[in-house]
Design a protein around this ligand. Sequence first.
Ligand SMILES: [Zn+2]
Ligand SMILES: [Zn+2]
Length: 276
Amino acid sequence: MIEHPGRASLESPPDTRLSDSLLPSEPNGLLAGLAIDSSCCLNPDCDCQQVMLDVRDRASDQRFLVIVPLDQRAPFIQEPRPDGADAVLQELRNHLGKSFWDEAARAYQAAKEYGRRHPWEHLTFERGVLVPYCDLVAPGPEEALEFTCDGQAYLVLDMYCLLPDCDCREVLLDVLCLRPIAPGRSKAEPFAVTYYDFATSRFTPGPAGPLTSHRRHVMAAFLASRPDMKAYLRKRYDDAREIGRRVAQRGGFVDPEPRQPPRTRLLRTPLPANGA
Ligand SMILES: [Zn+2]
Ligand SMILES: [Zn+2]
């Protein structure tokens, strides 16, 4: 299957749910009036081997979660369990046939594969930390920002702020110089770190200060390395912002670890407000 990785990055999981036809329903029995929704954990590094069924009573809106182990051990209820849930669970168990288990295994594999290609769906992000694009969407090699200038190869890591309520409109570019160390292998060395401001279409100083003229020359070559580079960066920025909104929706931002107070506080010298 060929897909456009950049575009696919924001799709919802297409095939990671059990098809409704395999989820038990009966017109008059205990399961009537229930809505059953399936999901699998998307973290490719988690070997949970289970499918979750979110069982909801349409009338009372009462709900509980059934864990379905893929090794076909009996499904069980994750606490808390409302009244009557055990009887519903028993009825559910009676209805799970071979096609259900086959489909559950397929959906689980599809969920992990989706999670591998869409890391932002299962990662948590520290508030205020810039995130490399390649950590968000696992782009294909054709989307790596590589270019050459004066015969020297460079790799650019483009890093974005994900916070939905922040209006920074810039990307931090971490530029690495690729030094060949063996045929087909190279070592990446820090070369330059700079912001690119979408509002002004200009480079603005990164943590290490303004670019030297040599670095400006190299960064001009970067911008010229594809005809639509400015629009392309802007698209990746827009992708990152959309990802940030979705991460916020599922509560995927965490507060930064509290840092040790700087020793200079002991000197009682007030620091400049901007920390410079
Ligand atoms: Zn898991
Ligand atoms: Zn920001």
